[in-house]
Design a protein around this ligand. Structure first.
Ligand code: PLP
Length: 501
């Protein structure tokens, strides 16, 4: 079994593959429905019909009225729109928003912006699975609170929050509730009425729809002001000619939500099998996702002693896509705020990966992933080696055999200077540089925080480079550990490689 490499996509909380049904709908709209929905003639009326049909489909999937649905560019925009609009409505009469500390960055970073505008932002304590502690929330809500912000399901852990209880509490204090339902839709039933919420955000690309289209639910009568000014689209709330094919694709994906929900049990069983097997393979692994009240598709696991960047790169090399929680092109190397909020140390957060399944995940996919993980923990020797920031001293930096390959994104290069004598190439198109790299040298791959470099190091070994290593924790880690060397040498003698045509 599995003599061959298999492509296994286990990062469905990041995004999902567009379904055939959705693709067909989008293609149809692109081909035939070119009229502007705001115009009056027939081809425009057809477009307007497509637009309103999609609105009905989104509303139907969440038990809302169609008039309560606004299309947006993405869920990030939906969250921004609610937070800014509701704050504008209440401030300075009421000043406080309470949020879960495990919210998506589209909430957290907007709240932090609003804090600079005078809004009082407070984060509610959560338990070890990221669940909001209702007893603590009860103590925090007061007459000054105008909004409570709590996602229905967490993207990193899968934890489902007790939203009806939170809404009940909010109502007792005349506060409103925004719930980010992006990860919940299509995985568990979402009924905005039953949840008792006032605002909710959704995103098509998490439910096998297209990227770049979101929706916002605003309960009838709740305060809401235009957030993109211009024409009268979206009832005057969000101006700009509608992205009709994306909207139609979102509608089609929502029409499939019932089918997606029917797969929940099958997905949950696959997840259980995966958890059972990894617990056998690595008995000290820690499952951070809750056993109950958790999305059927999500499991977040800490593997003590295992660097998640290296683990993820090995899985990627074997065809398996998972998430390690932290991206490489960030301004610093901070571990996930969600994992920190549930009490994981920085070290444990860097030993954690998230696996997220979908209705397209097969038993064979999971068995293949288990086999690869078993091999990894069964003494598999990675073909790449790891250089720690402390090891990267002057000797190694200037050794005649060392060839430093800096694969950072151009905007990361603005934040930190490169290592001396390094060669810059673009991470996303490395195949265009690979023929220029010297096979006889020891190639040290470097990125900003150490998450992209092991992936490229693995890639180079597949291209028959024999001596490949990567810099653990990237340039950020190196600058921290070797501040003096950074000051003395960083940015010197850097060569920008040119891509082959
Ligand atoms: N909220 C949650 C919980 C998410 O997981 C995501 C996407 O990762 C978003 C919001 C943002 O969605 P979008 O990509 O549509 O902006």
């Amino acid at each position: 079994m599995f003599r061959f490499r298999r492509e296994v996509y286990l990062d469905n909380n990041a995004t999902t593959k567009v379904s055939k049904h959705v693709r067909k709908k989008i293609n149809y709209v692109l081909k035939y429905c070119y009229g502007n929905p705001s115009s009056l003639y027939k081809v425009a009326r057809n477009s307007a019909e497509i637009l309103e049909e999609a609105r009905y489909q989104v509303a139907g999937a969440i038990h809302a009225d169609f008039s309560e649905i606004y299309f947006t560019g993405c869920a990030t925009e939906s969250n921004n729109a609610v937070l800014k609009s509701v704050s504008e409505h209440f401030y300075p009469h009421k000043k406080k928003i309470i949020a879960a500390p495990v919210e998506h960055p589209s909430i957290i970073n907007t709240l932090e912006y609003l804090r600079t505008q005078g809004i009082q932002v407070e984060y509610c304590p959560v338990d070890k699975n990221g669940r909001v502690r209702i007893d603590a929330l009860e103590k925090m809500v007061d007459a000054n609170t105008f909004l409570i912000c709590c996602m229905l399901a967490n993207n990193e852990l899968g934890t489902i929050q007790a939203i009806p209880k939170i809404s009940h509490l909010a109502r007792q204090h005349d506060a409103l509730v925004l719930s980010d339902c992006v990860q919940a839709l299509g995985k568990i039933p979402v009924d905005v009425e039953a949840l008792g919420i006032d605002y909710a955000s959704f995103s098509a690309h998490k439910i096998h729809g297209p990227k770049g289209i979101g929706a916002l639910y605003v309960k009838q009568g709740r305060p809401f002001t235009p957030f993109i000014h211009g024409g009268h689209q979206e009832y005057g709330m969000r101006a700009g000619t509608e992205s009709l094919h994306n909207i139609a694709g979102f509608g089609a994906a929502c029409a499939d939500v019932k089918d997606l929900l029917q797969h929940a049990e099958q997905i949950r069983n696959l997840k259980r099998h995966f958890i059972n097997e990894i617990q056998k393979i690595k008995p000290d692994c820690l499952i951070n996702s809750p056993g109950n009240d958790c999305l059927p598709n999500t499991v977040n696991t800490t593997f003590p002693g295992v660097n998640n960047a290296v683990f993820m790169a090995m899985l990627d090399y074997s065809g398996i896509a998972v998430s390690a929680g932290s991206a490489c092109n960030t301004q610093d190397d901070k571990p996930s705020h969600v994992l920190k909020a549930i009490g994981l140390s920085d070290q444990a957060a860097r030993e954690t990966i998230r696996v997220s399944l979908s209705s397209e995940t097969s038993e064979k996919d999971i068995c293949y992933a288990i086999k690869i993980i078993k091999e990894y923990f069964g003494g598999y020797k990675p073909p790449i080696s790891m250089i720690t920031p402390a090891q990267l001293n002057e000797n190694l930096l200037f050794h005649e055999k060392t060839y430093i390959l800096d694969i950072r994104f151009w905007y990361d290069r603005k934040l930190l200077k490169g290592l001396p004598n390094s060669h810059e190439a673009a991470f996303i198109a490395l195949r265009k540089y690979v023929n220029q790299l010297p096979k006889e040298k020891n190639i040290l791959v470097v990125c900003q925080t150490g998450y992209n470099s092991p992936i490229i190091a693995y890639y180079l070994t597949s291209k028959h480079f024999e001596h490949v290593s990567f810099l653990l924790t990237g340039l950020f880690g190196w600058k921290l550990a070797q501040g003096e060397l950074y000051k003395k040498y960083a940015g010197q003698n850097i060569e920008v490689l040119q891509p082959e045509k």
